[in-house]
Design a protein around this ligand. Structure first.
Ligand code: TXA
Ligand code: MG
Length: 333
């Protein structure tokens, strides 16, 4: 057991473009400490991927179950190849098409990656992020960084530095503030260790885009298969706000009959005349803009003490698949 007081920090938030900020981040990481910093998808909580002790701090700060493996972030194919035991043609093709970018590839792990990173498994997820702050820190470090989303386990991923401070304030020494994340939801996770590439977690790189490069791609039966941890309670709800989230198919007006002053709505249309605008969150109908704003809206509902969030169901179609997946998980559906 570890003494909790060992991990009491006064969390510093540094503007990523402040003089010395990137160097300070790299120095902490080299010392085995944690730093939260932006990627193009969501904020990550980084640690030296080569150090079991540093990586253990990630699991502690997040309250993450030990059975859930981490993504290793790298800034070149050469470093990725050092993290894996095989670099198949499919990986080279995908890296060529989508890196740097929101795609994590699951491959056989190299011995250099400690077991704690992969939750004891023989595979490792690698990703080359596209955010200039993350890339600059990777370049200064010169070693790969294990980084899950910088939220407490099972909660909504942070897309702004404030969201990180809300959840991990006092638990980590430094947050680099690089503003709001461009994409807003976590990377696509693709397993390349089987006979057919298998989509474990949909993301903004869609199934169609992967198929255009690879040919056939299978989808994991349950999106939750991206979580090797098979404990049902852990899997049903994920990426959840504190409020109960309900997906409303069809007419929102009918659902509003049951609503009270703790009910918030997320929709792609403006509020009806009688509904208070502070409890109606209109998101853009364009998929990339919707994705960019969804998590901040969920965080905002938490801040406003929402007890129920009614979310208008999303359109069908491949481009909305990742967002449908996240809403379904947030709803525990
Ligand atoms: O966009 C992202 O991927 C963000 C940013 C920070 O890069 N990271 C992120 O990490 O979302 P995390 O830990 O919150 O989610 C990683 C997902 C989990 O569902 C995990 O189970 C899965 O990837 N994963 C990681 N390694 C895996 C492996 N070896 N096999 C199967 N799934 C894996
Ligand atoms: Mg996460």
């Amino acid at each position: 057991m570890t003494d909790a007081s060992e991990h009491a920090f006064s969390t510093e938030v540094q503007e990523a473009d402040a003089p010395g900020a990137l160097g300070q981040a790299a120095e902490l990481l080299a010392q085995g400490q944690l730093v939260a910093l932006p990627t193009e998808t969501v904020y990550g909580l980084a640690a030296d991927a080569r150090s079991p002790k540093a990586v253990a701090r990630i699991f502690e700060a997040k309250g993450r179950p030990a059975g859930n493996p981490l993504i290793v972030h790298i800034d070149s194919v050469e470093i990725a190849e050092g993290c894996v035991a095989a670099w198949p043609r499919a990986a080279a093709q995908l890296a060529g098409a989508f890196w740097p970018g929101p795609l994590s590839l699951v491959l056989p792990k190299a011995d250099s990656i400690p077991d704690i990173v992969t939750a004891g498994g023989k595979t490792v997820a690698v990703r080359c992020p596209a955010h200039p702050v993350f890339t600059a820190v990777l370049a200064k470090c010169g070693f790969p960084l294990a980084a899950p989303s910088a939220n407490r386990s099972n909660r909504v991923s942070p897309t702004r530095a404030e969201h990180v401070v809300d959840q991990l304030g006092g638990l980590i020494p430094l947050v680099l503030n690089g503003g709001a994340c461009d994409l807003g939801i976590e990377s696509t996770v693709l397993d390349l260790t089987g006979d057919t590439p298998t989509l474990l977690r949909p993301g903004m790189i869609s199934l169609g885009q992967l198929q255009a490069v690879l040919g056939p791609v299978a989808t994991a039966k349950h999106p939750a298969a991206a979580e090797p941890l098979k404990s049902p309670g852990q899997l049903q709800r994920h990426y959840s706000p504190r409020a109960k989230l309900i997906i409303v198919e069809g007419d929102m007006a009918a659902a509003l009959v049951q609503a009270d002053e703790t009910t918030h709505v997320i929709a792609r249309t403006a509020e009806p005349a009688a509904w208070p605008s502070e409890r109606w969150h209109e998101l853009p109908a364009v998929v990339s803009d919707f994705a960019r704003e969804l998590y901040s809206t969920l965080h905002r509902c938490d801040q406003l003490d929402a007890e129920t969030i009614l979310v208008q169901s999303l359109p069908s179609g491949d481009e909305w698949a990742a967002l449908r997946d996240r809403l379904n998980r947030a709803a525990g559906a």
